[in-house]
Design a protein around this ligand. Structure first.
Ligand code: COA
Length: 163
């Protein structure tokens, strides 16, 4: 059984991420969605909040597990006994960064294979930061995130849930 890790910041999870998770769940035995505890990015939602949202949105997919990891993703790969790192490739602009990351991960652990899925066309321009900006400016985000995430974002941005 192949176990794939799908790492990211997920601040918050969007329909683009869910599209990848849904499709990957049909290709791999288990998909571990891993919230990377990332010191380079400041996040709106805490790691715990991001995990909760991902769990709620993926509850209907039986072979998806959700966890967080601080440190190298190849260490998480080994710990979970996974073989594949899964990433979405949205546009040419993603390529260079992904290429570097895949090669570095392969160098760190030769067993690690990075597999890319193209998101559905309608999500190729989507990013969590755009969703946060749109929500902050009062725009309609219902097309881009699940309802639970939309409600959480609204609460967070209205200040009723301390940032
Ligand atoms: N649909 C919509 N948006 C998507 C998407 C998809 N399918 N795939 C990616 N994105 C967006 C994200 O929302 C995010 O948007 P934002 O930057 O506006 O917030 C952006 O693309 C980047 O995505 P993300 O997938 O979260 O990746 P990342 O670059 O934040 O995370 C890690 C990269 C966490 C996987 C990587 O840094 C990592 O593995 N870190 C651990 C340390 C390590 O091992 N480093 C590598 C070797 S040195």
């Amino acid at each position: 059984m192949t176990r794939a890790l799908y790492p990211g910041t997920f601040d918050p999870i969007t329909n683009g991420h869910l599209d990848i998770i849904q499709r990957a769940s049909q290709l791999f035995g288990v998909v571990d969605v891993v919230v990377a505890v990332n010191t380079r990015k400041t996040s709106l939602f805490s790691v715990e909040e991001r995990l909760e949202m991902i769990r709620e949105c993926t509850r209907h997919i039986p072979n998806v597990e959700v966890l967080s990891h601080a440190g190298l993703m190849v260490d998480c790969l080994r710990k979970r006994n996974a073989q594949v790192l899964l990433r979405g490739l949205r546009a040419v602009s993603d390529f260079e960064y992904e290429f570097q990351m895949a090669l570095m991960n392969k160098k760190l652990d030769p067993v690690c294979e990075t597999v890319y899925l193209m998101p559905s066309e309608k999500y190729t321009y989507l990013a969590s930061s755009l969703v946060r900006e749109l929500a902050g400016l009062g725009g309609d985000i219902s097309e881009f995130v699940p309802a639970v995430v939309e409600a959480r974002l609204r609460r967070k941005l209205s200040g009723s849930e301390g940032v």
